[in-house]
Design a protein around this ligand. Structure first.
Ligand SMILES: *Cc1c(COP(=O)(O)O)cnc(C)c1O
Length: 465
């Protein structure tokens, strides 16, 4: 309503109400004005009504929404197709895997003869598939065990570079955020290697944006050597539905070329999701969530540690992974039965525990024509089975409490029944009675049907491919 409408409204309702409405409207409009003026993420979050008011105003600028619009001919139905800020990043309406594909294809344009991607192994299928989808050839460099932790085989990488020739390599694809016991890749070493051999360096930072430590690693690596671009998921970091990724980097030219290579128009939904969420949280709200996540990580480690001690297990020492942790499951399998670790996964899943992974270390998986021993463990010789848990943004204390409580009970239950397992209940059918696929599995190679898995434990997990 404009000023005249408000004055007219005073004929209908008491003017005090009208005046209050006018000042509330002014307050909201001021927030919007300041935002447009300063182009800065407000520290304090906005209420939904302000966000809606703003979105409505923006939508009014879309010619498709002009009242007199005659919809003849081709028209761009969007009013925003990407967010660009001075730090050099933009949001694409594709998840992380596809965004990595876009980056690799753009990098490849400058290196026509190259076809290899040097990849520090991480057992996350979409990550590996992105190399294959880009039509490139992965060279798998398996991480090395250092104590409990899996670290980048920098030496192995250098050997591959020498063997293959740097001109034949499209890029090195490293990963920061990953399931323990794998640590973040040694970004500084890789970045140095890349600048020495003049090879582009692409970083998969899927859920690393929520960790100050991982972001710091990227920054330091870029100072010491070469980091061309890094990609992070919007849903894993910014509490929005799946559908977007942020491609960032230190080379403006490259970022522009990547964004130009996106063919055609795009859905604005992922951008609006992020835009609305950031306005709603405010930078203070987001910083709080980041702080809380870090506290939750400590809490989860403490609580899981207690369960580990109680059941004769231990937390693996993986100090270079600030998000995920692992607890051994050494005493779960008996000499005659190696399926108990998988069964544990099924039992937890049936008790509504999601996101953990029970890793046997003996599973084999084929992805396209590539064979992975010890699939799930990022390594072909995992020393023992284990379970992982992660403290992701938005995690609450009650999530941790429920998880450790249920894990405690399930571990106790498995120990009581130390004899051979007979499938007497749903949960046992889930893992030992049926063919199982996906991550919480029992060692079978299970490439076909991985998304139509019959295992109760894996049905949800296959969604997280
Ligand atoms: C989630 C994830 C991916 C794939 O992300 P999508 O957004 O599903 O494409 C790749 N790598 C890692 C390490 C991930 O955690």
């Amino acid at each position: 309503m404009n000023a005249q409408s408000f004055t007219l409204a005073e004929r209908l309702i008491p003017s005090t109400y009208v005046q209050q409405a006018v000042s509330a409207k002014k307050w909201r409009e001021n927030l919007i004005k300041t935002f447009i003026e300063q182009r800065k993420w407000p520290e304090e979050g906005w209420d939904d009504a302000t966000i809606e008011l703003f979105l409505n105003d923006l939508a009014h600028m879309d010619c498709n929404n002009f009242p007199e619009n005659s919809g003849v001919g081709e028209r761009e139905a969007r009013f925003a197709s990407g967010v660009k800020n001075s730090a050099g990043c933009f949001l694409v309406p594709m998840a992380t895997g596809m965004s990595l594909v876009l980056c690799m294809l753009t990098i490849k344009q400058d290196r026509p003869g190259a076809k290899f991607v040097l990849w520090s192994r991480i057992d996350q299928k979409s990550c590996f598939k992105s190399i294959l989808t880009a039509g490139l050839q992965p060279i798998i460099v398996e991480p090395v065990l250092s104590g409990d932790e899996l670290r980048t085989d920098v030496h192995g990488m250098e050997t591959q570079i020498t063997t293959l020739g740097s001109n034949n390599i499209v890029c090195v694809l490293s990963t920061t955020s990953c399931f323990a016991p794998r640590a973040s890749d040694s970004l500084e070493h890789i970045a140095t290697l890349c600048s020495r051999h003049n090879i582009p360096h692409l970083v998969n930072n899927a859920y690393g944006l929520q960790s100050a430590r991982l972001m710091h690693l990227i920054q330091e690596a870029a100072k010491k050597g070469r980091v061309d671009a890094f990609v992070q998921s919007t849903d894993k970091n910014l509490l929005v539905p799946v559908g977007g990724a942020i491609i960032s980097g230190f080379d403006k030219g490259l970022l522009e070329r990547i964004s130009r290579n996106y063919p055609g128009r795009a859905s604005a939904s992922p951008v609006i999701d992020v835009f609305v969420t950031l306005l709603s949280l405010g930078s203070n709200g987001y910083k709080n969530l980041i702080y809380e996540r870090k506290e939750m990580f400590k809490y989860l480690k403490e609580e899981l540690g207690k369960i580990a001690t109680k059941h004769g297990e231990r937390i693996l020492d993986t100090r270079n992974n600030p998000i995920s942790m692992a607890m051994t499951l050494s005493s779960v399998n008996s000499a005659t039965d190696s399926k108990r670790v998988s069964l544990l996964g099924s039992m937890l899943f049936l008790r509504d525990v999601t996101g953990t992974r029970c890793i046997t270390g003996i599973e084999h998986k084929d992805v396209a024509s590539y064979q992975f021993d010890g699939w799930g463990a990022h390594h072909s010789n995992a020393p023992c089975p284990y379970i992982t848990a992660a403290a992701g943004i938005g995690m609450k204390k009650s999530d941790v409490d429920l998880f450790v409580h249920r894990l405690d009970k399930v571990l106790a239950k498995l120990k009581i029944r130390s004899g051979p397992l007979t499938p007497t209940s749903v949960e046992e059918l889930g893992s030992s009675g049926r063919r199982s696929t996906g991550r919480v599995v029992n060692g079978e190679s299970s490439e076909q049907g991985s998304s139509a898995g019959t295992s109760l434990a894996s049905s949800k997990d296959s969604l997280r491919k």
